[in-house]
Design a binder for this molecule. Structure first.
Ligand SMILES: Cc1cc2nc3c(=O)[nH]c(=O)nc-3n(C[C@H](O)[C@H](O)[C@H](O)COP(=O)(O)OP(=O)(O)OC[C@H]3O[C@@H](n4cnc5c(N)ncnc54)[C@H](O)[C@@H]3O)c2cc1C
Length: 398
């Protein structure tokens, strides 16, 4: 009889690991998948605003810069099970995909549940034993298993079951866990103007300053929400911003409302437009309408009480938001930090410290930007951990 494999966590990484292990071990495989919930992949149902952005079609060279903090660690897992493989895998499971803006891949139905259910169905078809509503309390509880894969995810949206238990399990085996912090999350400015939440910003620029030094710039879209600057390019900046706030550094975001124009060109345009009318020293709301969408006029004026034609261009290109807080694990998209990559073999996802122990998914110190990168991390590392754990078990049988 084959030795048994335990997989803790039935998210995308754990399900993919279970599927790969069962396929590699073949008939009579003894794979057991534990999850806290009454159904698998609970977080998947929330992904991509209910549509599930399951990967991104960018080739590795363009994909890699969206992976943090060590893109090289993912490379072998990605090559072994790439974004193209993910698309093929789901098509074979009866989930055709569609590629939308930003090379983001979704199920053609745009229903996240289709992805979760297809994975869960495949797990069941392969005869994998699923222990639903079972919380593993410690690694020691799994001593009877010849191999264990930790796929417990990170700490974000803990209502889905991801409460960071895997960090404790890793430490039990002697692993280092780097500091964890929420990423891809809303950034709250000081004195957040009540007129801003609900506004969607298109084609703007954001610059992140840490201790008054420019560290990152992004162009694109984001939203002002009740929680602050959120989504799109604001999420991209949030990883460094949150880390800096955790370290007590000063964080400022500068919003450029006219990124397509240089300061000089914008000044020239303002001079041209104002030449046709009387030149007021303070701008009235109507004259601002030609430069700003209507709902932004009042908050912009409140943020710039000394606004004049002389400083308008500069203010449109550098609206400053001192960031004082961020949305925590309860609402962040992903957890940065986790099981140190130095102690995990990138070619197999095996622990360097304990034979028969493997890791995959968000529990690792590996995270991606929004755009399908995090699920690809889960699928690539899950696939590799599952295959490697199965090969390890086969090697034990001699
Ligand atoms: C709102 C939201 C939207 C997102 N949208 C996208 C998107 O569109 N595209 C994208 O690429 N990424 C997205 N992500 C990120 C992505 O969902 C995660 O990175 C991914 O789910 C991580 O997969 P995982 O399998 O490692 O962990 P998880 O999905 O967190 O799964 C871990 C599982 O382990 C189980 N578990 C934990 N501890 C135990 C224990 N002790 N015993 C038993 N079971 C346990 C949990 O119940 C859970 O089911 C989104 C995240 C959020 C929160």
């Amino acid at each position: 009889m084959q030795p048994r494999l335990a997989i803790v966590g039935g998210g995308p990484a754990g399900m993919m690991a279970a599927i790969r292990a069962a396929v590699t071990l073949g008939e009579g495989s003894r794979v057991v998948l534990f999850d806290k919930n009454e159904r698998l992949g609970r977080k998947i149902y929330l992904t991509g605003k209910g549509r599930c952005n399951l990967t991104n079609t960018r080739p590795w060279e363009e994909f890699a810069p969206h992976i943090h903090p060590n893109q090289r660690f993912l490379q072998q897992a990605f090559r072994a099970f790439s974004n193209e493989d993910v698309i093929r895998f789901f098509e074979e499971l009866g989930v055709p995909t569609v590629t939308l803006q930003g090379q983001r891949v979704y199920p053609a139905s745009l229903i996240a549940g289709d992805v979760a259910r297809a994975l869960e169905r495949r797990v069941q078809e392969l005869g994998i034993e699923v222990r639903y509503t079972t919380t593993v309390g410690s690694l020691a509880e799994l001593d009877a298993y010849a191999a264990v894969i930790i796929a417990t995810g990170g700490k974000t949206y803990p209502v889905t079951g991801s409460t960071g238990d895997g960090y404790r399990f890793a430490q039990e085996a002697g692993h280092t866990v780097t500091a964890v912090f929420p990423s891809e999350t809303a950034l709250l400015p000081r004195g957040y103007d009540p007129g801003l939440p609900g506004l969607e910003m298109k084609n703007v620029g954001l610059q992140l300053y840490i201790d008054r030094t420019l560290v990152e710039s992004e162009l694109g879209d984001f939203n002002f929400t009740d929680d602050g600057l959120e989504s799109g390019i604001a999420y991209h900046l949030s990883r460094r911003a949150v880390w800096a706030l955790c370290n007590g550094q000063k964080v400022d975001i500068i919003l450029d409302l006219k990124p397509a124009l240089t300061l000089e060109k914008l000044e020239a345009r303002i001079a041209r437009e104002s030449a046709s009318g009387p030149r007021p020293s303070r701008l009235d709301p109507d004259s601002l309408r030609s430069f700003l969408p209507k709902p932004l006029v009042a908050p912009f004026r409140r943020a710039n009480p000394d606004l004049s034609l002389d400083n308008l261009a500069k203010r449109l290109k550098s609206w400053s938001f001192p960031i004082v807080d961020y949305k925590g694990f309860e609402r962040a998209v992903v957890t940065a930090g986790g099981v140190s990559l130095k102690e995990v073999v990138p070619k197999t996802m095996a622990s360097r410290l304990r034979p028969g122990l493997f890791f995959c998914g968000e529990v690792l110190d590996l995270d991606g930007d929004t755009g399908g990168y995090n699920l690809q991390i889960a699928f690539s590392t899950g696939s590799l951990a599952g295959t490697s754990a199965a090969n390890y078990l086969l090697s034990l049988q001699g």
